[in-house]
Write a protein that binds this ligand. Sequence first.
Ligand code: 6R9
Length: 647
Amino acid sequence: MSDDKIYDVPAEWRQRAWVDDAKYQEMYARSVKDPDGFWAEQAKRIDWIEPFTKVKNTTYDPHNVSIKWFEDGTLNACYNCIDRHLPERADQVAIIWEGDDPKDSKKITYQELHDEVCRMADILRNRNVEKGDRVTIYLPMIPEAVYAMLACARLGAVHSVVFGGFSPESLAGRIEDCQSKVVITADEGVRGGRKVPLKANVDAAIAKVGGVDFVVVVKHTGGAIDMDPVRDVWYHEGAAVVTSECPCEEMNAEDPLFILYTSGSTGKPKGVLHTTGGYLVYASMTHQYVFDYHDGDIYWCTADVGWVTGHSYIVYGPLSNGAITLMFEGVPNYPTNSRFWEVCDKHQVNILYTAPTAIRALMQGGNDPVTKTSRKSLRLLGSVGEPINPEAWEWYYHVVGDDRCPIVDTWWQTETGGILITPLPGATKLKPGSATRPFFGVQPEIVDAEGKVLEGATTGNLCIADSWPGQMRTVYGDHQRFIDTYFKTYPGKYFTGDGCRRDADGYYWITGRVDDVINVAGHRMGTAEVESALVAHTKVSEAAVVGYPHDIKGQGIYAYVTLMAGEKPTEELRKELVAWVRKEIGPIASPDLIQFAPGLPKTRSGKIMRRILRKIAEDDFGNLGDTTTLADPAVVDDLVTNRQNKK
Ligand code: 6R9
């Protein structure tokens, strides 16, 4: 091993885990040598209605990218997450819900989950929602979000969950793109004691795009809202007049399960489409092995169901495995910085899966809020969403985990459906900051700018050589965009958009995005989206947005703004622009710093030179590189002089 800091696999983990190192090596070798045999076996974890005869049928040929797994099999994802467990688990808890207010919590058994999901499905079915229809879900972190997702899966409708922090504008764009005729929402959400006007946002979004036949509204806070007597139905009223039975639709393995919008380096967010069979096999398998899930374990993933982590590791992975999954409505620091650890003690959580941005924020609050809690139930910790810096890793390991719990640093993406690079707790020695080794069936490759595959210890761009069952199948409504985004840069490979280093031990270290996507507090943001929001303001003539290092969020949003002639760069306008972006996209897109720039550095052909803007935002003035191709080199001096200071 190299001289990196290494944490060995504890002996008891080697013994009790599903997979030790020898088993990992053996299974990994088989998974890449004989993918058909390997995945045919793994797919047995799912109940099929009509068994498949074909396993893998995929091509990354950029003229004709086509990805199919288990293509002639049929199944129902909701049946796999609920019904098939009922004979043994009807009275077992499926969901532990912990509210924003520490006084609110409840437990939902598999039987109760079945009944609620059927009621939700019946409400939709009675209003003619059918296989293939798109349903937009805009809910807070309450059990009804899971009911809504699984009700869609039961009927074969395709859900599109939109994070509750997105603005009416963003919601409208997503409703329109997939032509949802139904929206499921709540009166209000609550996070950290603050209300979020979800229903009012839905009303505003529908006023903008139309096309929505009806809205199901969950009564959550009881806050005052407008109800349209024709279009809107209360969930509790609808549920009272239907039964708790609803048949499961037989779906083909390649029928769509859901769409999830995510930011890319260009244009509007893409509707990432996942299908049924491969996704479910992959979510289920990764959940079992990566978190070493055993029957009865209490498992908590702190993500929101509005992100892919919530889809795969709060809902589909755990529930397909008959697990107990904890769902938390609140935030890590409300009412106090001890909240996460109090929730762990209250519900005796064994496995905790969270994001580096939360760990860094809590780390800033010191050790006391952690050490005053017990955390004895914790056995395994997980991290996802962005690279975890070694300092935060060590704190998570020593202070939160009391030197006792392995950390699985899981690298993956909305597009990948499930975890691709990760330690397995009974098999993999850990290095703080490294996502370590590929999961079964995953073949990472590091390529240089020309696409040459680099061997051994090296640094470059991360690609995946061949398909795995959880991979996205297309961009909804735009297959060409799918091909152009992921398979054109390095023909024949899936390009992740991430930079990566592989060390002498074959461990992978993700270094962050190499495209114009920034990762703000674990949320993906396209710089182009923030720019187009800014230039939509009447006083803005031009804008360029880049990321800069931020202590807690990982990256912050730095916006260079050129104003229309005659407009004055005031503090007031700065605030107005921040508020404007929040309104256009949502709070997660708020610029941290805005620099008014009389001009942006451009090439003579008019291209903005982002490389320079990034360096200035990073305070790396000595490294601006070649500026001779600039149309007007003087603009750079002004930018450097007026750089905004970090908060
Ligand atoms: C699951 C999720 C994907 C991007 C990805 C990468 C970053 C996620 C990471 C990580 C380093 C990890 N990322 N996990 N970087 N180490 N363990 O986050 O999906 O929202 O689509 O973001 O997040 O840059 O490309 P998504």
